[in-house]
Design a binder for this molecule. Structure first.
Ligand SMILES: Nc1ncnc2c1ncn2[C@@H]1O[C@H](COP(=O)(O)OP(=O)(O)OP(=O)(O)O)[C@@H](O)[C@H]1O
Length: 233
């Protein structure tokens, strides 16, 4: 059996002395789309922050593609193949669309993704390649954040609330784009409040409460109502 592309095992993570994750465990298999769910403030983003050294990993382990992270330096997780599409997108405001994409190559990983393949996947980005990234619409900026992450040829894409702030019609387009990436075999960790997007994209889910998972399951075995109840929305 191949190693999971991402595995959290008993992760304890802190901001200073505040314990946020208290034994979080889950795994994302190759080609799988896994949703991490839960109400606001339970530690979903912190799980990503623990990978990139923003929250402090002080117990348990996180492995990317089989290699354990020490969790201290942001580029460590990126070099191993974890690519973040952050909440709020973090488009670099003084850079053009193309320059924002090139930033994504920093982990120096080889693979199918480069400017040409990203532009084939997101033709709008090609058309606007010389515009400042922040001049794009919200939906285009989200595509830019995804394209930038793909430029690192990741083993797993980490998507933090990708639908946030987008109009319903744009969320549908985002769903189409992520469904295409999933169909092409991209492994994903999806943090998302919109359960329609979760049921469309995710194979499995875990519900996080007070820093640990309280429920796990396969999306196809869970009714929409049961999922809403579990997440508490
Ligand atoms: N940089 C930080 N420093 C200190 N505390 C933080 C920091 N970021 C988040 N927290 C706290 O950690 C807890 C978990 O926050 P986190 O952002 O991980 O939650 P979340 O589940 O992602 O929720 P949301 O949907 O609101 O983003 C919250 O109590 C939050 O106030």
């Amino acid at each position: 059996m191949t190693a999971p592309v991402l595995a959290f095992d008993g992760v304890r993570a802190y901001y200073d002395d505040a314990l946020i994750l208290d034994g979080l465990s889950f795994e994302v298999a190759e080609g799988e789309s896994f949703a991490l769910l839960g109400p606001n403030g339970v530690g979903k983003t912190t799980s990503l922050n623990a990978m990139f050294g923003i929250a402090h990993l002080r117990g348990g382990s996180i492995t990317v593609d089989g290699a354990p992270l020490r969790g201290r330096r942001p580029h460590e997780a990126a070099r191993r193949g974890a690519a973040l599409v952050p909440q709020g997108r973090w488009i670099l405001p003084t850079l053009t669309v193309e320059e924002n994409l090139v930033v994504g190559t920093a982990p120096r990983r080889r693979g199918p993704w480069d400017l040409a393949s990203v532009y084939r996947t997101f033709p709008d980005l090609k058309e606007r390649r010389d515009s400042l990234g922040t001049q794009l619409s919200g939906g285009q900026q989200q595509m830019l954040a995804i394209g930038r992450a793909l430029m690192s040829n990741p083993r797993v894409l980490l998507l933090d609330e990708p639908s946030e702030g987008l109009a319903p019609v744009v969320i549908d387009l985002l769903g189409d784009c992520l469904a295409d990436l999933k169909a092409a075999g991209t492994s994903m960790l999806l943090i998302e409040q919109r359960l329609d997007l979760v049921t469309r994209l995710a194979d499995r889910y875990a519900v996080l409460l007070k820093g640990e998972t309280v429920a796990e399951g396969r999306v196809e075995d869970t009714s929409d109502e049961a999922l809403r109840d579990l997440v508490g929305v």
